[in-house]
Design a protein around this ligand. Structure first.
Ligand code: PAF
Length: 284
């Protein structure tokens, strides 16, 4: 039976003394992508826990904080089905008793700056701050994050290492619809027409991967290959399409090593992100 905790103290007390803890931080409105994280946490740990908290710090002033989809009953049913032992579901006041913005903010330079960081300048400071708090609350654990948010995963990994959190950050593969669309809580905003068009984001990224795999080493040409797929889709408004080093997220010219191709595009109200990997073998 999943136990729900509204206070940090009660969640902490429930985890004390566990041999190993698997932790899935979420903002709720859980889908099969989250389910894969819950299952991974359940499979590898004695105690499996999650948090459900829509974090105001990571939303910009014009973003969808108030409208962000929520369904606690359905979320808890999924946690129950995944045999999650404990869920932290705190109020904003419990998490930020001195109000927001907080006086203390965690920022991860350089990795936070490009792509999402350019379009959403305060987003990763909000993510890093809440995840640091959640790690401090959970204590030693394995923490599971989806690769769909690749830049977030890189920011969280670096933050945990820089601040010596006793946390092993585990990245889990993106779960997709049959046409390639990555599962996201924001897919609920899509109209049927936009939903049909939304798979163009993943198709664009895969066209970039195909260009790299067929020998292209010029990042501008790989970006052009991605744009060629999505620019003509009337429902899609591209924010960025990039090809960067997978770990540092730096631009490389010529392309080499382990790469990540990342993109963001707006389809009506829904701003969607996605990414794919490609590796250029070292010359022998
Ligand atoms: O990926 C998310 O759902 C959120 O950014 C996270 C990591 C739970 C922090 O609020």
């Amino acid at each position: 039976m999943t136990e729900v905790h509204e206070t940090i103290a009660s969640f902490r007390a429930a985890l004390a003394g566990a041999a190993s803890v698997g932790f899935v931080p979420t903002m709720g409105y859980l889908h099969e992508g989250h389910r894969s994280l819950l299952d991974a946490a359940r499979a590898a740990n004695d105690v499996a826990v999650a948090s459900i908290f829509v974090n105001p710090l990571q939303f910009g002033p014009t973003e969808d904080l108030a409208a962000y989809p929520r369904d606690l009953d359905r979320d808890l049913a999924m946690c129950e089905a995944a045999r999650i032992d404990h869920v932290l579901h705190p109020s904003v006041e419990e998490m930020y008793p001195f109000g927001t913005p907080t006086l203390t903010t965690v920022t991860v330079a350089s990795i936070s700056a490009p792509m999402e960081g350019t379009s959403r300048p305060t987003h990763f400071a909000g993510v890093a701050t809440v995840v640091a708090k959640l790690f401090a609350i959970a204590g030693p654990c394995r923490a599971y994050f989806g690769e769909k948010d690749w830049q977030q995963l890189a920011v969280v990994r670096r933050m945990a290492a820089d601040l010596s959190f006793p946390v092993e950050v585990v990245g889990c593969p993106t779960v997709r619809e049959a046409d390639g669309l990555a599962l996201s809580s924001r897919n609920v905003y899509l109209t049927p027409l936009q939903r049909a068009a939304a798979s163009s984001l993943n198709r664009a990224l895969r066209a970039g991967v195909a260009a790299v795999e067929s020998g292209e080493r010029d990042p501008a040409k790989v970006r052009a290959a991605m744009h060629a797929v999505i620019d003509g889709v009337p429902e899609a408004e591209v924010d960025y399409l990039e090809v960067v080093a997978a770990d540092t997220l730096e631009r490389l010219d010529p392309l080499a090593g382990t790469l990540r191709l990342l993109g963001a595009a707006r389809f009506g109200r829904a701003r969607l992100i996605d990414n794919e990997g490609a590796t250029i073998p070292a010359p022998t």
